[in-house]
Design a protein around this ligand. Structure first.
Ligand code: HEC
Length: 110
C-alpha cells in the first residue's frame, strides 16, 4: 500500500514535469536546465569553451528550417566535424522534450 502511494507520487511528479516542460519556460529556467544537463561545461552563451558559443550556433543556422530537428539529433547522438575536430558526446539519457527545449532556446539566441 505504501509502495503504491510512493509510486503514485513519482508518477504524478513525472507527469507534472512533462506538462511544465511543454509550457513556456523563462530564459533562466532553460539555462538552469542546460546547467543541470552539463551543457554549460562545454558551451557558453556568448563564448566558446570546448564547443561553440550558443550565439554562434544560432547565427550559423539562422533561417535554416531544418536546423531544429538536425540539432536535436546531434545533441542526442553526439558528433564532430561541424565546428572542428572536437566531438560532442551523445546524450542518450536525456528525454527528447528537454533536448528540443534546449535546442529551441539556443536557436533564439542572437
Ligand atoms: C564535452 C563537451 C560538450 C558537452 C557536455 C555538450 N556539448 Fe554541445 N558541442 C560540443 C562540441 C565539441 C561541439 C561541436 C561539434 C562539431 O563540431 O560538430 C558541440 C556542438 C553543439 C551544437 C551545434 C551542433 C552543430 O552540428 O552545429 C549544439 C546545438 C550543442 N552542442 C548543444 C549542446 C547541448 C544542448 C548540450 C547539453 C545537453 C551540449 N551541447 C553538451 C561539446 C559539448
Amino acid at each position: 500500500m505504501k509502495v503504491l502511494f510512493v509510486l503514485g507520487i513519482v508518477v504524478a511528479s513525472l507527469f507534472a514535469e512533462v506538462v511544465y516542460a511543454a509550457g513556456d519556460l523563462t530564459d533562466a529556467q532553460v539555462q538552469a536546465m542546460a546547467q543541470k544537463n552539463g551543457c554549460m561545461a562545454c558551451h557558453g552563451v556568448g563564448n566558446k569553451i570546448v564547443g561553440p558559443a550558443y550565439k554562434d550556433v544560432a547565427a550559423k543556422y539562422k533561417g535554416d528550417k531544418g536546423a531544429e530537428s538536425k540539432l536535436i539529433q546531434k545533441v542526442r547522438n553526439g558528433g564532430s566535424g561541424v565546428w572542428g575536430s572536437m566531438a560532442m558526446p551523445a546524450h542518450p539519457e536525456m528525454n527528447k522534450k528537454d533536448i528540443k527545449t534546449l535546442v529551441r532556446w539556443i536557436l533564439t539566441l542572437s
